[in-house]
Every structure is written in structure tokens, then in C-alpha cells.
Ligand binder design. Structure first.
Ligand code: TRP
Ligand code: ZN
Length: 877
């Protein structure tokens, strides 16, 4: 075990910076083996601080020279700690000249300045800038940057940084330079540079104001046939931000750069967004519909950060959700608006609910649970979580639900009016929403301060004589680490009531059919008058709050909602409830060795929905997808991954057998002939068609296998090709030939090779031994996060029945690779470490193996703070 315990940082300890920075002039002499960084920074004492020490952060860099106000400092005049450089009792005005050395080619952490495929890239959020130069690397220190880049011209022909290019030219010895100026003050985490061999697709674009801007998408040579969709998404994002929020691009030039080695999705560096290739590169033959949707969302997300994150930034990292929750909400709304139709919007909403249940609810119920605005952390990189991002977006969405679209827009306008150019807090955002609408949002603060998923329990009473329907809502929230008891939340609960005819009842004099109830107490009763018959309640419409809703629905009521609810999200939800009840019963039956049976009533409801041509294909697809194995696991007292898998497979097989004819019809009716288009209607058809194929392959016969093979071979796009291959893999048929030909066809497309690894890792028949074999493939490497994720994460997180093998071999494999990754890339290692978060929920025999694996990791040499925080929280009581 490590002896030096890592330091916990607390939100309550925030103090303003002792010195502010006016300007930063950076000079880079770029060399993969030895890069020299010269940093001239103008500082002045912050009148809001009584501390007169200058504190700079620095990590993994070598100090070469340090001057203050033109005079070289002697080693006695400053203190270099493990991660800081301090100048005690500094003058009120200080110009520091700092020269440091770093070794980008050895930087496998992908934080700071690093090399990917021979070129230079940076990643500074959250605390990577300190790996480039000494600096007060905290988001409340904002400055104007000028950057001079110098590098070999042949190897690094393209030199980019934030803002505007002001000068470029040649230097002796085959080198060249470029000088960039960013006119906007920014925190250090938004700094970026790229020095690379790249090509670009570019376009001039006219803003609504008439101003012309230059848009560029930079990629490696050979990928220019995959940049159209990112460029189109960027233009759509710019237009949408103008139209929906009145926010204009503030620069004359906006660049996106794609890089193959990247820890996360993408990064919003001012004017120079750097992206994981996965969220830029797409053409019909390499990318699926899901990939296209991901590109649109992430391009939007990073672009929208320009206002929500960059112009108004975070005071400290505890406020991360201020920019991330808000920006996820904005990208969600963008994607929904791009589809336009009501069902299209609902389908995007269903996806969001699925993500929350699949990933955020478990986080909220595990050892890493934290509020949307955390109170403490050991390693900030561990808090780029589904809670901060997705639950944070839900919190923002609730303002809009409570205040209405117009009220929310007023709040946004006031937020920018008050805070443009500032580093602020989540409280500042809430205050803008409250003040712009004259509303009291004090209680709403608990969404930021309390962790855990609230449980709302509903009960109803109908008085036929008085025609009064009473709905009682009660709320509670389970304890989370460090928070034993919780205060009631302010919860918007959108409600509709369905009559026996399937139509919505009018709920008030205005004739509204959905009302938003505000639940603020532990328990409240709401009365509806003039209700002429006992209704079926449709509760939490459009998933109006990130809570678990409990109501003792009968099967008949659920089928009624599944058939008729005017709210598509709740219509889907009714289907999920029906399926979940059956999955849990079947899982119990598997455990008891009892006979497995699926009632015809359920299948009939599925059948009716499948055949309902009045519904978008995309919605039908959503409604027919069974709850995932991990969502079923969350409903069990003691999780039995193998029994869940068997139960779910039985259900899929049974549906496939009984509805064979209907599935074949749906398969044929949803072809998308002609040129590929990723639009929502076509993608929805492919989605339904491929879901039908997946079902059919769960109970395959020769005809079905031949359909799948034909689709695999004749597909004109990756969605159809990859779907067919996955269905074949899961059918249990021999797919070696298909896998081989797929690899040969796409071995030069890294993102497709990732898919190839991933679909094998999550195959039912893939056990640890097979994963180890796949790791021997020459294309496998742990150093590229996308590749590591495609195999390791797909197996450990996406193949529960095999990962949880009774002999513990999956856990041993996990421990071994968390430790290996820890030495290369702590951020990625810590994400893999999170796989074991909820180990206490498994049966005691599995728990014993899991504890051993966790302890093995916790006891490893040179453990990063990232991994240490995750495993020690998992092991603590
Ligand atoms: N701010 C980025 C986003 O959400 C997230 C991000 C990109 C990030 N790279 C990172 C966070 C590296 C931590 C570390 O758009
Ligand atoms: Zn973001």
C-alpha cells in the first residue's frame, strides 16, 4: 500500500488567487525529445487576497531559468515543491520569465503536450497546462495569450494555436514559425497548440450579422473524405446558437483538429477545438448512424462551450457542471431541434433517459456518488462523470421545465449580461434564473448539494361521486457517502391523465392535458377536479426530473399507456416497465431452475407496436429494445449476471420465435435503398430493420442467417454492415470468415478496427481467454485510449455474463490491466477501475474474488491518485 496518502481538496477551502495574470507570452521550440518553453507572464497582486506569495503549479517539467522583473532569481529566492513553485512575499507587480523543458514523446498520459502519430497536440483541461509551463493553473486566473510556435517545417508543416494567426515565416535549419494571438481572456485550461502534418477542409461562412468567418476541419492526410459531416455540424451549431440563444461566434476563425490519441471525446479550447477522431471522421462506409449522431452532438457540444464555458467560465473545478451540465443540455436541445419532429425529439429524450439509468443512477448509488457540484475530490479528472455531465444537464433542463422556455431564455440572457468574461459558480447561474423570473429557487439548490437519486412514490384515489382525483407524491433519497440524511428536493413532476378511450383528459380550465406539479415537501397531495372517470395516470412525462418513480401499475394500465399515451417517453416507459417485471421474474426462475415462460399478453403488446405504421420507425425501435442486463441488475437485491443474461436471452428468443413473421415484415419494410443519408428518418428505419434482424438472429434458422450474411456482404453503409456482423456473432453461427474479411477490408481505418475489437469483446461466447488472445493481435495497443476501450472496456463493462465468471478470472484480468494502464495513462486506468464500483452487490463468492482484485490494485506500486481514489473509495465502508 502507498504510504503517502493523497490529498483531498475541499470546495469549502476555496480562496481567491493571490496574483492575477494580465498577459502570457509563450514561446515553444518544439522537439519531440526536448521541447523548450519560454513563458513571459505579467502578474499583479489580487486586491481580494491578503496572500503575497506567488504560487505557480508545475508537473513533470524541468525548470531551466527563472527571472522576475528582469533579474534572475537564485535558488534561495523561490521554493520548488513536488508540484508547485512559490515566490514568497513577491512585489505587487511582477513580470516572470520562466524557461522549462519537457519531453512530449514520452508523455503517454495524453495530458499536457504530447505526441500522437508523430505530431504535437495539447490537452490542458483540467490541470494539464502545468505540465507545459509553471503557471497559476486554476480557472479563475484569466489572461490574454500570445503564442510563438517554432518547429521543423517538413515534419510539422501546420502550426496552430488559439485565436488569430498574426505572423508566420521560415527560420534557419529547415524550421518555421507561426505567431498566434487570442484576443479573449481565458483560463489556462483552454490553451491549445497543434504542430502537425495535417490537411484541412475549409469554408467561409457568413454569420447572421453578415460577418464572415473561416471554418476549418484539420485531419491527417487520407481522411479528407470523412470531414463533411463535422463541417456541416459545425455550421448547423453556429446557426442554432444564433437562432435559439442569440449567441454569435466571437472569433474570425474557428478550427477543429482530429487526433487519434485522446482521453475523452473532445475539448473546447478557444478557437481551436481538439477532437478524438471518433467524433470527427465519418463517411457512409466507415461510420454508423450512431457515429454520425455522436459527431453532431460533440461538434455542437464543443462549439457551444464557446459561450457556456469559455466566455463565462468556472470559478473552480467544483463548479464543473456549471459549464458541462449546461453545455450537455444545449447539445441535447441542438440534436433534438435538428430532427425537428415531436417523436424525433422524444427518441433523443429516451436515449438520454437510458444513459441516466444505465450509468448515472448506478454512480449515484455507489461508492463514487457525488453531488452535481461535488464537495471534495482527490483527482479532478475522476469527476468528469455522468453525474456532473448528464445529471447536471437534467438539473438545467428542470429550470426550463419550471420556468418555461421563455423564462429559461430570460435567465440565460441575464446570466451572460452579468457574467460575461467572469469565472463564476453554480449559485450564480441559479441566481440569474431566479432573478430573471422573480422566482424563489432556494430549495432548488439541493440538486447541486445532495447526491443520490430521489425516489418519488405515487398513490392515487378517485372519488367518482365528487369527480375528484387525488394524486399523492412522496419523496425520499437514499444515503450516499458522507450524506446520511437528505432534505426534500424541488421536483417538477409532469402529469397527464388518460381516459379509458386512450385520450388525455383536460386537467384545468385552460384545457391543458399535461401539468407540471411542483413537489417540494416530503409528501404532498394534488387534487384534480371534474375528472369524469377513473383515469390511468401518466407520471413524470418527458422524464421531467432525474428520479425513480414508483407507482403500483397493473399490467392492464401499462398496456393501456403503451398503446395510447400521448407522451412518447412515457409510452416507451410503460413498455420498459412491462419488460422489466418479466425479466426479473424470468431471472428468478433461472435461479430456481424453474421452467421459463413469457406471457402472450406482453408479446401481443410488442406485436401491436411493431406493426403500428403510424409510429416513426425510430420510436418503434426504442420501444422494442429490452432493458439492458445492467439495468436489470440494478433492480436486484443480489446481482446474478449469468441468470440475468440467460433470462434476457430467453425473452429475446421467445419474441423472435413468436413474432418471426412480423419481424421479417418489418425487416423488409424498412430498407433504405439509394444513397446513404444519416438523417433521423433513414437512421430510424435502419435502426428498426437491424433490431428486427438482431431479434431474428436470436432464434436463427437458415433463412435468417442467409439474410444476415447477405446484408453483411452487400451493405452499402457501415450501419448495415456492422449490424449484420454483430447479429451473426450473437447468433452463434460460424463467423470467422466474416470477421476476417471485415478486418481485411478496413484494417487501415482505425475507428473501424476499434469496432472490430469491440464487437468481439462483447460477444456472448468471448471469455477472458479469448480477450487475451485478441490482445495479441498486432493491431492491439494499450497506448491508444480508443483501442484500449474497444477491447478492455467493451469486455469488462459490456459483457457482464462473461466478465463475472465464477472463477474470478475476469476480475484478475481487470486488475492486471488497471495496473498496466496506470503506468501509461492514469485517466484511462481510473475509468477502467470504475468497473468494480458496485462490487458489494454481487453474491458473496463473487465478492471475495472482487475484493481480492481491488486489493491487488490498491497495493500496486506507483499508483496514480486517479486510480487510488477510485479503488480506495470502492474498498472503504
Ligand atoms: N471539456 C471537455 C468536454 O466536455 C472534456 C475533456 C476533454 C476532458 N478532454 C479532457 C476532461 C481531458 C478531462 C481531461 O467537452
Ligand atoms: Zn464539455
Amino acid at each position: 500500500m502507498r504510504t503517502d496518502s493523497p490529498q483531498t481538496i475541499y470546495r469549502k477551502d476555496y480562496t481567491p488567487p493571490s496574483y492575477l495574470v494580465e498577459t502570457v507570452e509563450l514561446g515553444f521550440d518544439l522537439d519531440p525529445a526536448r521541447t523548450i518553453v519560454a513563458n513571459r507572464v505579467t502578474m499583479r497582486h489580487n486586491p481580494d487576497s491578503d496572500n503575497h506569495d506567488i504560487v505557480l503549479h508545475g508537473e513533470d517539467i524541468e525548470l531551466v531559468a527563472l527571472r522576475m522583473n528582469g533579474v534572475a532569481l537564485n535558488p534561495g529566492e523561490y521554493i520548488v515543491g513536488t508540484s508547485t513553485l512559490t515566490i514568497k512575499a513577491a512585489p505587487l507587480n511582477a513580470v516572470l520569465e520562466i524557461e522549462t523543458l519537457c519531453v512530449p514523446q514520452d508523455n503517454t498520459t495524453l495530458s499536457g503536450l504530447y505526441v500522437s502519430n508523430g505530431s504535437f497536440y495539447t490537452q490542458c483541461e483540467a490541470e494539464g497546462f502545468r505540465r507545459i509551463t509553471y503557471f497559476p493553473d486554476r480557472p479563475d486566473v484569466m489572461a490574454v495569450y500570445t503564442v510563438m510556435l517554432r518547429a521543423d517545417k517538413e515534419k510539422f508543416p501546420v502550426l496552430l494555436s488559439n485565436g488569430n494567426l498574426v505572423e508566420e515565416g521560415d527560420l534557419p535549419d529547415g524550421r518555421h514559425y507561426a505567431k498566434w494571438e487570442d484576443p479573449f481572456r481565458k483560463p489556462s485550461y483552454l490553451f491549445a497548440l497543434v504542430a502537425a502534418r495535417l490537411v484541412c477542409q475549409e469554408e467561409r461562412y457568413t454569420l447572421q450579422s453578415g460577418r464572415e468567418v473561416l471554418l476549418q476541419v484539420w485531419v491527417e492526410d487520407g481522411n479528407l473524405d470523412k470531414t463533411d459531416y463535422a463541417m456541416q455540424s459545425l455550421k448547423n451549431s453556429i446557426r442554432w446558437d444564433e437562432e435559439r440563444w442569440g449567441l454569435e461566434l466571437d472569433l474570425d476563425r474557428f478550427m477543429i483538429v482530429a487526433v487519434g490519441d485522446f482521453n475523452m471525446g473532445a475539448m473546447e479550447n478557444k478557437g481551436l477545438n481538439i477532437f478524438n477522431t471518433k467524433f470527427v471522421l465519418a463517411n457512409p462506409s466507415t461510420a454508423t448512424d450512431v457515429d454520425y449522431a455522436g459527431i453532431e452532438a460533440v461538434v455542437g457540444h464543443e462549439y457551444f462551450h464557446n459561450w457556456t464555458g469559455n466566455r463565462v467560465t468556472c470559478r473552480d473545478w467544483f463548479q464543473l457542471s456549471l459549464k458541462e451540465g449546461l453545455t450537455v443540455f444545449r447539445d441535447q436541445e441542438f440534436s433534438a431541434d435538428m430532427i425537428g419532429t415531436a417523436t424525433g425529439r422524444a427518441v433523443t429524450r429516451i436515449d438520454q433517459v437510458r444513459t441516466l439509468r444505465q450509468a448515472q443512477f448506478p454512480e449515484d448509488a455507489g461508492p463514487m456518488a457525488h453531488p452535481v457540484r461535488p464537495d471534495s475530490f482527490v483527482e479532478i479528472n475522476n469527476f468528469y462523470t455522468v453525474t456532473v455531465y448528464e445529471k447536471g444537464a437534467e438539473v438545467v433542463r428542470m429550470y426550463q421545465t419550471l420556468l418555461g422556455r421563455d423564462g429559461f431564455r430570460k435567465g440565460m440572457d441575464l446570466y451572460f449580461e452579468r457574467h460575461d468574461g467572469q469565472a463564476v459558480t453554480c449559485d450564480d447561474f441559479r441566481a440569474a434564473m431566479a432573478d430573471a423570473n422573480g422566482r424563489d429557487l432556494d430549495q432548488f439548490e439541493r440538486w447541486y448539494s445532495q447526491a443520490g437519486t430521489p425516489i418519488v412514490t405515487a398513490s392515487t384515489k378517485y372519488d367518482a361521486e365528487q369527480q375528484v382525483y387525488e394524486l399523492t407524491l412522496a419523496q425520499r433519497c437514499p444515503p450516499t457517502p458522507g450524506q446520511q440524511t437528505k432534505q426534500p428536493f424541488h421536483i417538477p413532476v409532469a402529469v397527464g391523465l388518460l381516459g379509458a378511450d386512450g385520450f388525455d383528459m383536460a386537467l384545468n380550465l385552460e384545457g391543458e392535458t399535461t401539468v407540471v406539479l411542483e413537489l417540494k415537501e416530503a409528501q404532498q397531495t394534488f387534487r384534480f377536479e371534474g375528472i369524469k372517470e377513473a383515469p390511468t395516470p401518466s407520471l413524470l412525462r418527458d422524464f421531467s426530473a432525474p428520479v425513480v418513480l414508483e407507482y403500483p401499475y397493473t399490467d392492464d394500465e401499462l398496456v393501456h399507456l403503451f398503446r395510447h399515451d400521448s407522451d412518447p417517453v412515457n409510452r416507451w416507459e410503460a413498455g420498459q416497465r412491462l419488460a422489466m417485471a418479466r425479466l426479473l421474474r424470468l431471472t428468478a426462475a433461472v435461479q430456481q431452475g424453474a421452467e421459463l415462460e413469457l406471457d402472450y399478453g406482453f408479446i401481443a403488446a410488442q406485436r401491436a407496436l411493431l406493426l403500428d405504421d403510424g409510429l416513426d420507425a425510430a420510436f418503434r425501435e426504442q420501444a422494442l429494445i429490452l432493458p439492458s442486463e445492467s439495468v436489470v441488475a440494478d433492480q436486484m437485491e443480489v446481482v446474478d449476471p449469468r441468470a440475468i443474461h440467460e433470462a434476457r436471452q430467453f425473452m429475446r428468443r421467445t419474441i423472435a420465435t413468436v413474432l418471426r413473421a412480423e419481424l421479417l415484415t418489418a425487416y423488409a419494410a424498412n430498407e433504405t435503398p439509394g444513397e446513404y443519408s444519416p438523417d433521423a428518418i433513414s437512421a430510424g428505419k435502419r435502426g428498426l430493420k437491424n433490431l428486427a434482424l438482431a431479434y431474428l438472429c436470436a432464434a436463427p434458422d437458415d433463412h435468417v442467417l442467409e439474410l444476415a450474411h447477405r446484408q453483411f456482404e452487400e451493405a452499402t453503409n457501415m450501419t448495415d454492415r456492422a449490424s449484420a456482423l454483430v447479429s451473426l456473432i450473437h447468433s452463434g453461427a460460424d463467423v470467422d470468415g466474416a470477421l476476417q474479411s471485415f478486418y481485411q477490408q478496413f484494417e487501415r481505418e482505425a475507428l473501424v478496427v476499434d469496432k472490430w475489437f469491440s464487437m468481439q469483446a462483447s460477444a456472448q461466447t468471448t471469455d477472458v481467454a479469448r480477450v487475451r488472445e485478441l490482445m495479441q493481435h498486432p493491431a492491439f495497443t494499450l497506448k491508444t485510449p480508443n483501442r484500449a476501450r474497444s477491447l478492455l472496456f467493451s469486455f469488462c463493462n459490456g459483457n457482464p455474463a462473461q466478465f463475472h465468471a465464477p472463477d474470478g478470472s475476469g476480475y484478475e484480468f481487470w486488475a492486471e490491466h488497471v495496473i498496466k494502464l496506470n503506468a501509461l495513462n492514469p485517466q484511462v486506468a481510473a475509468r477502467l477501475a470504475r468497473t468494480m464500483d458496485r462490487w458489494r452487490r454481487y453474491d458473496p463468492a463473487l465478492q471475495t474474488h472482487m475484493r481480492a482484485a481491488l486489493e491487488k490494485v490498491a497495493g500496486a506500486q506507483k499508483l496514480s491518485n486517479d486510480v487510488l481514489e477510485v479503488v480506495s473509495k470502492a474498498l472503504s465502508n
